[in-house]
Design a protein around this ligand. Structure first.
Ligand SMILES: Nc1ncnc2c1ncn2[C@@H]1O[C@H](COP(=O)(O)OP(=O)(O)OP(=O)(O)O)[C@@H](O)[C@H]1O
Ligand SMILES: [Mg+2]
Length: 393
């Protein structure tokens, strides 16, 4: 992974020497010759990792280190100390330095230290994103019908590749669940799956949300922000409700996918990423293409593989398993101990057509369990409109 490294050193030769080496390794490099310049870069968020010399014309590296330690987004600081200056090195570590390197800098040691510091940067970024996104309870995919088995089979195959996947299907059929399963099954499971719901976000901020922005890109952009594309590097970007993406944003996304690179809003540098895209839609994209509301080229770029999740009415044989699964799930969530559902309930559920699909079924079970004080769910626990079923004579 590539990072933005800020080199703080008053010696120009030293800055050029380490700067050239780190740029050569693909990192973005900024340099500052004094503490004041360094603060400006840091304030703009332009430093994932800081290489900090101890001696600065307008202050001491150690006091700058202390300042950085008080920031909410503390970037790891690697102190550059004089050869053999053990006391300084110890002080630096006590004051929260990530590590220290002795002058003259050994380049392979530098590369290794930057890599380690980078790992903590990525981890923090993922963690911050993880905290932000509202994670649903981890759930399994249930269903052993032929249709669902075929779907798992395809999903398993695409999980091992890096191709773009388009998941289609009516609302509530399990597209989110499937996307998460693909992530879990694949080689990218150790990297983040970052989800963006294109319907829930204002079109004006979508670009900066996906691609990030530089400090000063627009009013209020005080410091650099990393977009979801960067957070998802090495992993998966899940674009949910892709049909809601505005048409000008579609063009920008297409370009990013084709070039595997993009620019932050207000930025000039091309940022290369390795991201697998999973997009989902419950609206018919072909119809939107006809109406010029969705780009045909983007459609084909996204649907290298198309997984179509069947509506529940086409795999009703999975209803008993799903009911068992949800009963179990809500038992532990609500602290209940419901052991069974009556056969009449299963018959009633099998007779329903489920326009809201599995989500609707889940809601019905949740409702029933809320009103059930007995160990077995019976017909009268269901919402009224689900009780209308005529038993076979
Ligand atoms: N195969 C399944 N096994 C277990 N639970 C499922 C399954 N499919 C869906 N669910 C549950 O049903 C609910 C809806 O699923 P999900 O959010 O994946 O639907 P969706 O297809 O993304 O719907 P929408 O188009 O409205 O976004 C979730 O609570 C999910 O846990
Ligand atoms: Mg969904």
């Amino acid at each position: 992974m590539k990072y933005t490294v800020l080199i703080v050193d008053d010696e120009e030769n030293a800055r050029i020497f380490t700067g050239t080496f780190l740029s050569g390794q693909g990192h973005e490099v900024f340099s500052a010759s004094n503490a004041k310049e360094a603060r400006d870069y840091i304030r703009q968020g332009k430093a994932d990792i800081i290489l900090l010399d101890v001696i600065l014309p307008d202050g001491n590296g150690l006091s700058l280190l202390e300042e950085i330690g008080k920031l909410s987004f503390r970037p790891p600081v690697i102190m550059i100390t004089g050869n053999g200056d053990i006391k300084m090195a110890v002080d630096a570590m006590k004051n929260g330095a990530f590590d220290f390197l002795e002058k003259p800098i050994n380049l392979s040691q530098l590369a290794e230290t930057i890599q380690r510091a980078g790992e903590t940067v990525s981890m923090r970024r993922e963690l911050a994103h993880f905290r932000q996104s509202q994670h649903q309870d981890l759930e399994y995919i249930i269903g052993s019908s032929e249709k669902m088995n075929t779907l798992y089979d395809y999903a398993q195959r695409v999980a091992t590749t890096c191709v773009s996947v388009l998941i289609t299907g009516e609302t509530g059929t399990g597209k989110d669940v499937l996307a998460r399963a693909i992530h879990k099954m694949g080689p990218r499971s150790q990297k983040p799956m970052v989800a963006e719901n294109c319907a829930a976000i204002q079109s004006t901020v979508m670009e900066s949300e996906l691609f990030g922005y530089e400090a000063g890109a627009f009013t209020g952009a005080e410091k650099r922000k990393h977009g979801l594309m960067e957070v998802a590097d090495g992993g998966i970007l899940f674009l949910d409700e892709i049909s809601s993406m505005p048409i000008d944003m579609q063009a920008k996304l297409l370009r990013a996918l084709e070039e595997r690179a993009f620019r932050r809003v207000g930025g000039t540098n091309l940022i290369h990423v390795d991201v697998q895209i999973i997009a989902a839609s419950n609206r018919p994209l072909l119809k939107l293409i006809e109406e010029n509301r969705f780009r045909e080229d983007l459609y084909y770029r996204l649907k290298v593989v198309n997984l179509d999740v069947p509506p529940l009415r086409e795999h009703k044989e999975d209803i008993p398993d799903l009911v068992g699964h949800f009963t179990h799930f809500f038992n532990s969530k609500m602290g209940l101990n419901i052991t069974d559902v009556s056969p009449r309930v299963i018959d009633a559920l099998m007779a329903h057509s489920w326009p809201g699909n599995i989500r609707e079924l889940r809601n019905v079970i949740e409702h029933a369990m809320t009103f059930c004080d007995e160990p077995v769910i019976d017909l009268h626990h269901l919402p009224a409109e689900y009780r209308n079923y005529s038993p076979p004579v």
